[in-house]
Design a protein around this ligand. Sequence first.
Ligand code: SF4
Ligand code: SF4
Length: 406
Amino acid sequence: METHLADSIRDTDRGREAERILRACVHCGFCNATCPTYQVRGDELDGPRGRIYLIKQVLEGAEPSRATQRHLDRCLTCLNCMTTCPSGVDYRHLVDIGRSEVEKRVGRGPLERIERLLLRTVLPYRRRFAVALGLGRWFRPLLPGRLADKIPAVLSQPGTWPPARHDRRMLLPTGCVQGVLTPNVDAAAARLLDGLGITLERVPDGCCGALDHHLGAEETARERARRNIDVWWPRIQSGAEGILITASGCGVHVRDYGHLLRDDPDYGDKAAALMDKIRDPCEVIDAAAVERLGLNAGERAVAFHPPCTLQHGMRLRERTEAALRAAGFRLLPVKDSHLCCGSAGTYALLQPALSTELKYRKLRALEEDKPEVIATANVGCQTHLAPEARVPVVHWVELLDQLSAR
Ligand code: SF4
Ligand code: SF4
């Protein structure tokens, strides 16, 4: 696509990056076919091609409006469009640039600013989140329905952590709200890795920064990345073989630290080097590992929901499914499994109507063949789908762990 960026941005790093991405787009529109928000709204400007065009106009000097901002806000950042695009357009980094330009020029009203500040003040801090969740559950009967519905349920209790007894070690970040909502997931991963001869070592890091990044607080996101690198780097240097991230929503963001800190003279190289050390559970507990563990599910019927962050963000398709099949689960076919469930970080809170519509579509598809259980790989999807699902929604490592405990 031909571009003529405005003088104010053309010769900046962001301008050059945006120009490179925009020029790769041939405006074919194939991406619209797999965009969940385009499917629901049927509006070109709520699909990737339209959003790319809006961003191009803004970067070329057009004045963005509240409408421009709303079309970009409605994007789930599910990255389905990147999987579909035949030209390899890096929509992910373009939409970041577009959103930040629009944010600077359009701003937000007071209510939106407070809502976003509250989310950024509570969600990335595990203790604050635990207190807020406890209070929310306590006062739930007094809250208006719309707010009460947003209080997530705690979906598991913390499980036993195996003793550190192996030379092989991997690190487990502990700063995520996952530890509050589904505390058994990390413990289940630790028990499975223990069976594979790997000690999972909990490290005192903080939130990965994905939430700040998606809410436009770029510098806070970078600061969180630097702090986590300070925790991980010496441990990797002393022999830990990788960093296991059990929530794919965090995994996809952490794998982008190299891009986030690419201009940082102190952290850029470390961030890039650490990217090879990030592991999703499906890269460690793969089909071969499951066979070594000798698990047998006896044909239990499972519907698997691959989070967008896993299948589109990290491009780790079919690995989890292969591990579940190796354990003897019968994986049911799920229509449109490439589509987002509507969770998407804080999207469910900020875009409730679209998010709810996508959730019901996803649940209909997942439950069509009557699974005994729904499995997924991200705490956001799990807590989003669980309240209205007819069967339990679990993280897939918990399913495997239940077998190994038999
Ligand atoms: S992003 Fe890719 S699929 Fe979408 S319009 Fe551009 S070139 Fe076509
Ligand atoms: S990231 Fe998802 S919602 Fe956003 S434009 Fe791409 S396909 Fe549509």
